[in-house]
Design a protein around this ligand. Structure first.
Ligand code: SF4
Ligand code: SF4
Ligand code: SF4
Length: 470
């Protein structure tokens, strides 16, 4: 209960910016994401100094408009408090957020080593091997058994390869089995096919829709700019992928496009963005990570990354779609809620190879840490965490622990950091790019919230503008 003597305080490291006449407020330890304040609410917010009491705010607001009542002030500060952008007596204990055990298990099922493409940056050693029925069934049974035992409430299975649509009937069988077992275990389940898009026929699109399966399609650029992703003959895959995308669009199958940015497609990122926005397709930008099978130098340099991503961001800012793109605009930086680890590796993410061996993440397919026959796959996952020291969070990385963005960035992909810097306890090699672009991603989300006046439908981030009759 607030009174005239209540004194609001700001959280440390709060970030603010002006966007289209509104004030964007981001508190790094808020689970509510960013808040957007209108002019009057911003006036009050900007007066907070940890000393003024609500009565002082009331008197100052009264000077601006005689109509203001104390309960208006009370309501706005209540709003601020519930949006977690201020506190009164003591700040929210961040351990309450960080000590919550994960409830959502991500599963990456690598159903085949075969693929109909030969992408230049592929991290899969292509062979004829694929997951057999016995292995797939056992994987699903044991994953659900251990998810239940370890209190997970939801699993998302991503089918991958190779090209998982080469084994589409098998994928459908596994989905059917998962749905039955997950329901019995009272665990929610959902499914995504990770595909290069070439095989997305009308028939497959219809089945995806009917069975409520999402798709994530890899596409890196328009026409020749997608030529990191070619057929074994060297032929371009663009027109095939575009056809697949059109098949999904025609019957409204939910999907997104996953873009890997390399030195070869970087300058096409703005045009690709325009193309996707025009078609209302959600998308995500990932930075290319080197792997043992790539001969060429494919990394985009930092200056170019910032330049072309800024161009793409401007297009989005000027015409934000209704859906939130915020968690896909900057590689591994995710804004949904504060977190201590960049990814689920070792905590909430299991990768099962075609032969039933478990690996820590999809980029370490050659380094198994156990198998689906293990007694507790969650334990296998935890024991197989390759980051050293085990349990290292962003708080243990230097200089990340002092960074304003630590709970959304967490220091980037640990695998990449180790590869380039030889240790895990330091910041990402992409740090400068992240720091340059995080404020711009926040601005895009703010613009979207302002444009549509919505609390959010997909990205679970953002607040309605606070209203005050001044
Ligand atoms: S589509 Fe995927 S698995 Fe196939 S070659 Fe390309 S990156 Fe590799
Ligand atoms: S990598 Fe850079 S931006 Fe990310 S948390 Fe560390 S210091 Fe901050
Ligand atoms: S370690 Fe890197 S590549 Fe592996 S899951 Fe995490 S972010 Fe992704």
């Amino acid at each position: 209960m607030l009174s005239k003597l209540s004194t609001p305080h700001l959280y440390s490291n709060t970030y603010t910016d002006n966007v289209e006449g509104f004030l964007l407020v981001y508190n790094p330890i808020s689970e509510h994401g960013i808040s957007i304040l209108n002019k009057e609410a911003a006036f009050l917010f900007n007066l907070i100094d940890g000393k003024k009491k609500l009565d002082d705010f009331f008197n100052l607001a009264k000077k601006e408009s005689a109509e203001v009542e104390f309960h208006d002030i009370e309501r706005v500060f209540n709003d601020f408090f519930h949006s977690e952008i201020i506190f009164f007596d003591s700040p929210k204990n961040k351990n309450i957020i960080f000590q919550k055990p994960p409830k959502h298990l991500g599963v990456w099922l690598h159903v085949t080593n075969q693929c109909n493409l030969r992408c230049k940056y592929c991290y899969v050693r292509k062979t004829n091997e694929k997951m057999n029925k016995k292995t797939g069934v056992k994987a699903i049974q044991n994953i659900i058994r251990d998810a239940k035992k370890n209190n997970f409430k939801k699993i998302t299975i991503k089918f991958s390869g190779g090209e998982c649509l080469l084994e589409f009937n098998y994928v459908l069988e596994l989905i059917k089995l998962t749905r039955t077992l997950a329901k019995k275990a009272d665990i929610k389940s959902d499914f995504v096919v990770l595909t290069n898009g070439v095989l997305l026929s009308e028939k497959i699109a219809n089945t995806l829709k009917e069975k409520k399966i999402r798709a994530a399609i890899s596409l890196d650029g328009l026409q020749k700019y997608n030529d990191n992703r070619v057929f074994p003959s060297g032929k371009s895959s663009f027109s095939y992928v575009e056809k697949g995308i059109n098949n999904l669009l025609k019957i409204k199958v939910p999907f997104n496009v996953s873009i890997t940015i390399t030195s070869k497609n970087i300058e096409n990122i703005p045009d690709l963005t325009k193309y996707l926005l025009k078609r209302n397709i959600p998308f995500a930008f990932n930075f290319y990570r080197e792997n043992p099978y790539v001969k060429e130098e494919l990394e985009g340099d930092d200056k170019k990354l910032v330049k072309y991503l800024r161009e793409a961001y401007l297009l989005i800012y000027n015409n934000p779609p209704r859906y939130s793109l915020i968690n896909g605009l900057l590689d591994r930086v995710t804004f949904s809620k504060p977190h201590l680890y960049t990814c689920g590796m070792g905590n909430s993410y299991i990768v099962v190879r075609q032969d039933g061996r478990i690996v820590p993440c999809q980029m370490t397919l050659e380094k198994p840490i156990g198998s689906i026959d293990d007694l507790d796959l969650i334990k296998t996952m935890k024991d197989g965490n390759f980051v050293k020291p085990i349990g290292l969070t962003v708080e243990g990385k230097n200089p990340c622990h002092t960074c304003q963005w630590k709970y959304i960035c967490c220091g980037g992909c640990p695998l990449l950091t180790f590869k380039q810097k030889g240790k895990y306890i330091v910041n990402s090699p992409c740090c400068a790019v992240y720091k340059a672009l995080i404020p711009e991603v926040l601005r895009i989300e703010a613009k979207r919230l302002i444009k549509y006046g919505i609390r959010d439908n997909e990205g679970h981030i953002g607040e309605m503008p606070s209203q005050l009759p001044l």
